[in-house]
Design a protein around this ligand. Sequence first.
Ligand SMILES: *Cc1c(COP(=O)(O)O)cnc(C)c1O
Length: 403
Amino acid sequence: MEASTKISDSASGGLESHFGNYGGRFVPETLVPALDQLSAAWLEARDDPEFTAELDRLLRDFVGRPTPLYLAERLSERVGREVYLKREDLAHTGAHKINNAIGQGLLARRMGKRRVIAETGAGQHGVATATACALLGLDCAVYMGSEDIRRQAPNVERMELMGTEVVPVDAGARTLKEAVSAAIRDWVSNVEDTHYIIGSAVGPAPYPALVRDLQRVIGDEAREQILTVTGSLPARVIACVGGGSNAIGTFVPFLEDPVELIGVEAAGSGIESGSHGASLVAGKPGVLHGAMSSVISDSEGQILEAHSVSAGLDYPGVGPQHAHLRDLERARYVAVGDEDALAAFGELARLEGIIPALEPAHAVAWLLSEEGREAEAGCDLLTMSGRGDKDLAEVVQKISGGS
Ligand SMILES: *Cc1c(COP(=O)(O)O)cnc(C)c1O
């Protein structure tokens, strides 16, 4: 496998397996044929007009795309410049993850695989996958850490209602990292008839490229919408980064433009506390869940537990393309702590009547920060990756002084 120096070649023939020094496949031998099959299937499918017409139809009529681009006037006033929100919170199921889940569900069906597995942290990817499987008539099992099951009970109920089996994982911190490991073990044993829908732009090749391709609909739409409305490109494009799928999907169409790209990670209780999810701002090169990327690890290279108030950013790794964009200095990554994200959650609700998910509340918090307000002329585009209903109980508890 050859290292790719390109930062974007989704328009060209191949699917990248490497992004600079990152990416690749660090997986058991038994999974290699399935990854090759997936790679070949996606290359074929994305050039097949019948497949793309079906995907476009479902994104339009089922998901509700294109999602609006909204000029947030009262937020803009507060920030001191025009801020446009890309409203993924208005997509069916309330977040961007459905774009990827439906694409991979269609791909599973195309590969003749009748069973789908997934893992979930915030529960959003589990709900998106359960939704896609109900829609497409596929069997579905979702692995979830038992701590996340507690934090995200309404999403567990949604999945079960749609016919998905939610499998609790009790190892380690009982969050996303352990759920991913359990899902990988299932896949190794059932790879013949099972497709593993990874929910972010992470994992072994071809997942980071596949998930990016399926999420770039966010940036493609937003770029066209902002050009139509304002007649020019935004000065800055901002998105929160957990595994990095909404951010990479937003960034990719702007890579060749004179636009600043800013990814906002979770600083949790503070970078110095060691209790955070900032794998780009404070990580080191390392392998996690099948790929080389920037990870949160100790001096021996052991992966550490991440921490964030938002389950979707509570992950010690990140998609390899982001690590590459960081090294190239094509994108800038910053981190925002729990407290500021919680404050921004309430602030956006009061200013705009939009209750954001805690994940994009980090991006809003950065925009409202002193650093975020320092900017040249031009407007901002911020991806509102999801809505906050799922977080309400957690936020109310935190704000009222509980923990
Ligand atoms: C899962 C999730 C995220 C984080 O995932 P990415 O792959 O980084 O996009 C962000 N926002 C919302 C609303 C989510 O559900």
